[in-house]
Design a protein around this ligand. Sequence first.
Ligand code: FES
Length: 160
Amino acid sequence: MNAPVAPIPHALLASGANAAPFKPAIAAGELPAGGMARVTFGDLDVLLAHTPDGLVAIDDRCPHMSAPLSIGELEGCLIACPLHNGQFDLRTGEVTRMPTTGGLDADGVYHPVWTPEGRDAKPDPPGIKAEARRLTRVRRIRYYPVRVVDGVIEVAVPQP
Ligand code: FES
């Protein structure tokens, strides 16, 4: 398989990844178009996704509350989280659908709890858990350099 590598969005390279050595992850044949895989390096779980734009490597942690995106749904370049249904565009790293819990987006703008179309917005209940949801900020997705060498996908990860 000669999948291209998708470009990393501007300023979203993971910290330390530019100087990190490439490490073998999985055989390229194990990641068909539209596929996702979790690969673990030490205590770092990386999500590999084979999108229409090419291969992408990011943390396998939702930028909302860290659920594993690798068991979510990949549609084209959009990845949906299995926990609160947030959706993210792997071409840009941007949120395309806020988590159902609402809260703060990456720019710190508040979004209310999701409500079905046509219904009044649910008032946030009082209490520390609702406050935690309100104050949880969706982080920016960070990307790792990825390449294919001799049929093996390699990822540059700043971990032993
Ligand atoms: S943990 Fe992914 S949307 Fe909440």
